[in-house]
Design a protein around this ligand. Sequence first.
Ligand code: ADP
Ligand code: MG
Length: 315
Amino acid sequence: MKSLEKLGEFGFINEVRKWTRSGQKGLIGIGDDSAVLPAGGNNLICFTTDTVVENVHFTSQTPARKVGWKAMAVNISDIAAMGGEPKYAVMSLTIPKRITFSYLKELYRGILGCGRRFNVALVGGDTVKGREFSVTLSLIGFVKKRELMLRSGARVEDDIFVTGSLGGSILGKHLTFIPRIPESRFLASRFRPSAMIDVSDGLIQDLEHILEESHAGAEIWLDKIPVSTEARRKSKGLREAALASACRDGEDFELLFTISPRLSKKLEKTWAAQFRTRLTKIGKVIKGRKKLKYADHDLFVKEPTWLRKKGFTHF
Ligand code: ADP
Ligand code: MG
């Protein structure tokens, strides 16, 4: 019998993927940021769920409103990763005895505040008693067939881009981040990147998800990676530590995508006129399944030892 510990989070998900494969005809199921279902004509539904649990994703000290915002925002981010427009949510609450009404009221202010900003309506849910406080949201969103972006479309020679800056989100951004819906919709409708994911588990690990699904490798330019001020602060100014943080820390919820090099210049120009969100080219797609090549100031380096530790997994 396989052990959960040996399989790890992604090994386990792969097992589930095998168990469910036969039931998934005509739609995209496990393996992307959201499931994709037919919705008639050229329309598709994106369907996703994410849970936040006390002492894993937040603590008892975290303001309830921020917990609520995060619970909604992480789900919206998975719809953004597909190029979709989020629309409806249901939520399930597991509530231990010590949680108060006023805490829950604040939690809903966070959830509904984030929902309002992105036009997501909360339309149902479930309430149960339990030992750990957790909030699960499930969202559906819509996307046109030709605007859908999967993890699987990256092609050799494509450029690799990431939005925002990375690392150190534990210092606060993981609770207050703004899902990249307008950026994603802009990309989907105007530039149609070949592959996209939201960075939830760490830049390198999420890039590996794209590479795995696209059967390709990547060359990463370490000196180009947008290191956040939080990553720097967390690393007390040590360059390698800050870069490692940008490459590996989870919960940045930025968009990581690949796009044909023919479109890159125009994208960078139009982007700058449209958004204040940073956009950085960090590398190229190369041949070789999941092969990763690192470069620093144009000098190819072996995988730096400080990068070897993986991004976040749940077990
Ligand atoms: P993300 O970080 O984008 O939310 P995950 O790493 O949580 O994605 O999940 C990867 C894929 O595996 C998704 O397609 C998700 O729907 C699927 N998945 C994760 N956990 C389960 C599970 N317990 N049962 C079925 N599918 C799952
Ligand atoms: Mg995701």
